[in-house]
Design a protein around this ligand. Structure first.
Ligand code: I3P
Length: 359
């Protein structure tokens, strides 16, 4: 059972994952999955005004970067997901908008061999009438870390979403707009006339445009913090979120190389951890019995050479019927529930290995 984090009031909730659906609908226009600043909080942590935080927000694009509490040194938390669905908790924790499915995953993961590879889960807290899952903030033990989010798997929508799209199609204008912003030629005649696309169509288009379909994972975004030389020594953060068209093996390797700043020690660190993770995934009861879709690997390293990788975001991870297990490598066919997670991890490991000098 998960522990609690005093003095926050902890409540075990009856709420369903529909919370997330309702929230998605409300926040849809603001949502995206890369790096984003929480304006008020970041300006507090940096001792700057709201305007400087706002400038960062604009330049950073898509993921959620939230600061620690203001009295602590200005260290950043990273969360990936929908804008506004995260808060900084006390004692090095992160609060994520409550989703029952995700809570169930974390509860099972705390009992699984995968436990060291996910943020520790601490229960549920209510704030301003909204419930949140409490988990460890993985950045706490790093010093101004570089952060990367890779969305794993060869598919980013659930089979259930496909079914709903067939039975009750609800074309979305916001997704049409996102699509034409990247490629004005992408929509079909019908989509053009409706100025809207189905979510599953948008997700499939994103998958084939990026490396999701061809390599089983994609880079969602990364942030690096290049310290300027003495006497400036100021933080010089750069957010990179323009990976929608990063598809080929060569393009992905180039992006990974930029992320690690061509540092082979860091590549070694990530490679070791990912190989361990792969072994543990292959032995995990949780992994065998869940369809893991839309989940990410969070990469962290800092100037001390410390590296770490954790599995995050289980909002779309679904338990399988009792008779079914997955190997996560078999190609997906409608109905087999395979997600391509391990196939993507194999490819990621191969690419990192290729970045090392031949010995
Ligand atoms: C979003 C991304 C998210 C998805 C979101 C998409 O597209 O695919 O994974 O959320 O759907 O808009 P993009 O990365 O191009 O911005 P879920 O994984 O939770 O479905 P949403 O707009 O319905 O939240």
């Amino acid at each position: 059972m998960c522990g609690t984090v005093p003095p926050l009031p902890i409540a075990i909730l009856e709420s369903r994952c529909g919370d997330r659906e309702r929230f998605n609908n409300r926040e849809r226009l603001n949502s995206s999955s890369a790096l984003r600043f929480d304006d008020d909080a970041s300006s507090l942590a940096r001792g700057g005004g709201a305007s400087s935080a706002w400038k960062k927000h604009k330049s950073c694009g898509t993921s959620s970067l939230l600061p620690m509490t203001p009295k602590k040194p200005p260290q950043w938390l990273q969360v990936v997901g929908h804008a506004g669905s995260f808060h900084v908790g006390d004692y090095g924790t992160l609060l994520k908008r409550f989703c029952e499915g995700e809570q169930q995953c974390y509860l099972r993961l705390m009992e699984d061999v995968l436990r060291p590879y996910v943020p520790a889960y601490h229960g549920v807290v209510q704030r301003d009438e909204q419930n949140y899952n409490i988990m460890d903030n993985l950045l706490t033990h790093f010093n101004r870390p570089a952060i990367m989010d890779c969305k794993m798997g060869s598919r980013t929508y659930l089979e259930g979403e496909l079914l709903v799209a067939r039975e009750r199609p609800q074309p979305r204008k916001d997704m049409y707009d996102k699509m034409v912003a990247v490629d004005p030629e992408a929509p079909t005649m019908q989509e053009r006339s409706q100025h809207a696309v189905l979510k599953t169509r948008y997700m499939q288009w994103r998958e084939t445009l990026s490396s999701t379909t061809s390599l089983g994972f994609r880079i969602e975004g990364f942030r690096v913090d290049n310290l300027l030389p003495f006497p400036l020594q100021k933080s010089n953060e750069e957010c990179h979120t323009n990976f929608k068209r990063t598809k080929s093996r060569e393009q992905v390797i180039e992006a990974l190389d930029n992320f690690v700043d061509s540092n082979t020690q860091i590549v070694w660190g990530y490679l070791r951890r990912l190989k361990q993770l792969r072994q543990v995934l292959e032995a995990s009861d949780f992994f065998r019995t869940h369809e893991v879709v839309g989940s990410s690997l969070l990469f962290l390293h800092d100037w001390t050479g410390r590296t770490g990788v954790w599995m995050i975001d289980f909002g779309k991870t679904a338990v399988l019927p009792a008779h079914l297990t997955l190997n996560h490598r078999t190609p997906w066919e409608d109905g087999n529930r395979e997600d391509g997670y391990l196939w993507g991890l194999d490819n990621l490991i191969d690419m990192l290995a290729d970045m090392l000098p031949l010995t």
